[in-house]
Design a protein around this ligand. Structure first.
Ligand SMILES: [Zn+2]
Length: 183
């Protein structure tokens, strides 16, 4: 894991506690909380509550420090965004994509997503890069020229502003883990 900012203005571990009550205003998603079954782009938010050393397939082993992460992906297959996001949320256990290796050891906070006809994941990765402390080099970016599609946003005590910024800048909706599971 590459770390660009070693000046450590990150809050010390003790000051970072995940607040299970933290919530982002959820958008009423179409009919009865339905996530679109159409193709789209998404930014999945993960939390690591402790250190984790994870072998990520061919990418090798990476160390994950506690904090808040974002993974950018495209849903192009059957069932579109609904199927893909639900697959992440339920943690199927199979390891098809890099992200699958992380899911057993992290907690999904939710996702922002947008119905997009074209693949915008690399554009969204560019957005995330601007807000990230560092990226996990190569992660999720095997077939593009991005440095990564997984970003570490830091040990921020309040992730809500970041999610709200993502919604605004990416013209996206937000769904909590509960909504992802309900779709
Ligand atoms: Zn890319």
């Amino acid at each position: 894991m590459e770390n660009r900012d070693e000046s450590a203005d990150i809050a010390p571990m003790a000051a970072y506690e995940i607040d299970p009550q933290t919530s982002v205003p959820e958008v009423r998603i179409q009919a009865e909380n339905e996530i679109p079954k159409t193709p789209g782009t998404y930014l999945l938010f993960l939390r690591f509550s402790g250190h984790a050393r994870i072998s990520v397939g061919r990418l090798g082993t990476s160390d994950f420090v506690p904090g808040f992460y974002g993974y950018v992906g495209s849903a192009r297959g059957p069932g579109g965004l609904a199927a893909r996001l639900r697959r992440h949320a339920v943690k199927t256990g199979s390891c098809h994509w890099h992200i699958d290796y992380l899911l057993p050891q992290s907690e999904i906070a939710g996702a922002v997503f947008a119905e997009t006809k074209t693949r915008l994941e690399c554009d969204w990765a560019g957005w995330a890069q601007n807000f990230a402390r560092c990226e996990v080099t190569g992660f999720g970016a095997s077939d593009c020229t991005c440095r990564a599609h997984l970003f570490f946003f830091g040990k921020i005590p309040d992730e809500v502003p970041l999610i709200q910024q993502a919604r605004k800048d990416l013209h996206a909706l937000y769904a909590s883990r509960q909504l992802l599971l309900a779709c």
